[in-house]
Design a protein around this ligand. Sequence first.
Ligand SMILES: [Zn+2]
Length: 149
Amino acid sequence: MLSACTTSHLISMTRMCLRTTKARSQLMSKIRSRGNKETEMRLLALLRKAGISGWRRHQALIGKPDFTFRSARVVVFVDGCFWHACPRCFKPPKTNRKYWNAKIARNIRRDRTVTQALRSSGWRVVRIWSHQLSKPAAIMARLSKTLEL
Ligand SMILES: [Zn+2]
């Protein structure tokens, strides 16, 4: 049986650990939203530069697409290479693997569900990896084709 002292020590260790996990996840979600915002703004700038209009941001659709072209029935997501496990860039983190694997696996599952749900309601779904933003011409060619411009 554990002594009172050990038990209270264990409880305080557990609390500390939980606090750290919570703080970490809050921090990461801040980083994540900032990351999303930044890539979104980069695509926005590219769309403006290419003179592509007719989009709205953050429409109330499943998965909250980054850009929605209502009349063309096209939605666009910019997926962060880390958060969505890009096959080209993703490197599993060295620490807290279990935590990250679970989190990223959840994101991948959600991406699939969202894409399928949108497709079955008649949307065409374009997913762009954030690393692809460095090759704007390729993205714009793809978008123009999908939007039939
Ligand atoms: Zn990537």
